[in-house]
Design a protein around this ligand. Structure first.
Ligand SMILES: Nc1nc2c(ncn2[C@@H]2O[C@H](COP(=O)(O)OP(=O)(O)OP(=O)(O)O)[C@@H](O)[C@H]2O)c(=O)[nH]1
Ligand SMILES: [Mg+2]
Length: 456
């Protein structure tokens, strides 16, 4: 039972037409009566209706702003408690004046994520949905937003809850076999149990494998365009960006430093990095630029290896290829508008994957390149997602722990050591419960909700 009433500004402070102040808790409605004077006299407010009127300072009785207010009585509100939202004029000064009035009428300033934390505690959201709320606010791409919305609808929660029910059933069968009686023969209740657990293990593994993709949808990815001088790296960056950001000239060694730009690739936000052409040089400035390329490469998710199709692969091309062999690479042949001299098969043979042919100057092959980038980063075609995916390291760690516990459980002789196996299944249940928040400590909640903004 939560007794205090919290309030916060739910929109960013700054110039804007409207700001929203949110109040939640048992005193939300009395506070509304104290600070709000409706233009049409009324004693009671109906839930989920907008009212027009004035905010009055509860101490001085002075007029603060003309506003709209809405009372949403619990449990039919975001937090599950009585909630009031005040829509006042935006700006820097005014919303703070309205908030001060609310606070002096008896509310306390909310902490980060406290509204959502209350929604979680009141069972309006599970923890995976609460995490999705932050992801929606922070989403920088269509795919990231789609995935967060699906998580908010409860797809991940439903999947996890289904698994917990099945695990609970397995546990019950194991426990029945521990105290088997005359009627139940030894081992009878656990027939087929190992197979059931293995099936479950397979499903959990499948979800765990979506983490890399989910993370990239949520956070985006870095892609380095790599190649020797003059192959068209900066032209490619410019084309994908849709503007002339990088200098392009026929002079090899035009790009000295690296350039980073955010680009939307089929709904995925990626950081595209144009680099200095790799070659052997005595020039200290160029050497420094080339060193930076290798630095940037270390934390990139994908490398676009660009070569010039109007020339054969050179010594330097081969040296670069050798160095990126172990990385996730898309080999790309540029300048296909010119007569081709490059031996495509050598490139395909080396990387063991198809190469994409483009003309960065004329835009040929860009659709295919974007599709390849999307697929390489997500292991999927770019036409909308199917199935649930996890997006947070925390969720991934919980799945790993559940998998380890099930494996350990299966390593026991289920007929003769059912107690040992049962202990492991309990651990697996606990780990899965941490994803939805069924089993979670206050400390963990503090960490999760500290990532929220105030007012959410
Ligand atoms: N014909 C043709 N020329 C291209 C194409 N792409 C780039 N070029 C030309 O190739 C030259 C080098 O292009 P850049 O984009 O500056 O090449 P870069 O790889 O960034 O070169 P550095 O910065 O020196 O490493 C320019 O003259 C471009 O116009 C293409 O698809 N076809
Ligand atoms: Mg360049």
């Amino acid at each position: 039972m939560m007794l205090d009433t919290i309030a916060a500004l739910s929109t960013p402070l700054g110039p804007g037409a409207i700001a929203v102040i949110r109040i939640s808790g048992p005193r939300a409605e009395p506070i509304l009566h104290q600070i709000f004077s409706p233009y049409r006299h009324r004693k009671e407010f109906e839930s989920h209706r907008l009212y027009h009127g004035e905010i009055i300072c509860p101490k001085m009785g002075t007029f603060i702003d003309e506003v709209l207010v809405c009372l949403m009585r619990g449990p039919h509100s975001y937090t599950g408690e009585d909630v009031v939202e005040v829509f006042c004029h935006g700006g820097i000064h005014l919303p703070q004046k309205v908030l001060s009035a609310v606070l002096s009428a008896g509310a306390r300033l909310a902490e980060r994520g406290e509204f959502t934390r209350r929604a979680f505690i009141n069972g309006r959201l599970d923890l995976s949905q609460a995490e999705a709320v932050v992801d929606i606010i922070n989403a920088s791409s269509d795919r990231g937003r789609e995935l967060a919305l699906r998580q908010l609808k409860g797809e991940l929660r439903d999947t996890i809850q289904g698994w917990r029910e099945r695990l609970n059933h397995c546990l019950a069968r194991l426990e029945a076999s521990i105290d088997f009686t005359e009627e139940i023969k030894e081992g009878e209740t656990i027939q087929g149990l190992a197979e059931d657990l293995e099936t479950l293990q397979g499903e959990i593994q499948k979800l765990a494998r979506t983490y890399e993709r989910g993370r990239i949808f949520r956070e985006g990815a870095s892609i380095v365009i790599l190649g020797r001088p003059n192959v068209g790296k900066s032209s490619l960056l410019n084309y994908l960006l849709g503007r002339r950001r990088a200098i392009v000239t026929p002079i090899p060694g035009t790009t000295r430093d690296f350039l980073e730009e955010m680009v939307d690739i089929n709904g995925l936000m990626v950081r595209l990095i144009d680099t200095a052409g790799i070659h052997t040089t005595e020039n200290v400035l160029e050497q420094a630029g080339i060193e930076l390329v290798w630095d940037r490469l270390s934390d990139a998710e994908l490398v676009i290896f660009l070569c010039d199709g109007s020339e054969s692969l050179t010594e330097v091309d081969w040296q670069i290829m050798e160095r990126i062999r172990a990385r996730k690479v898309i080999p790309v042949i540029n300048k296909i508008d010119l007569p081709l001299k490059i031996n495509k098969d050598e490139l395909i043979g080396f990387f063991g994957r198809p190469c994409v042919c483009i003309s960065a100057k004329y835009g040929t092959g860009m659709g295919e390149l974007k599709e390849s980038i999307y697929r390489a980063l997500t292991d999927q075609k770019g036409e909308g997602e199917t199935g649930v995916a996890i997006t947070h390291l925390r969720q991934f760690e919980c799945l790993k722990r559940a998998l380890a516990a099930i494996s350990k459980g299966l390593s026991f002789d289920l007929v003769h050591q059912p107690e040992c196996a049962a202990e492991e299944l309990k651990d697996a249940l606990f780990a899965l419960g941490e994803i939805t928040g069924d089993s979670v400590s206050e400390d963990l909640l503090d960490i999760i909700f500290s990532n929220f903004c105030v007012g959410k």
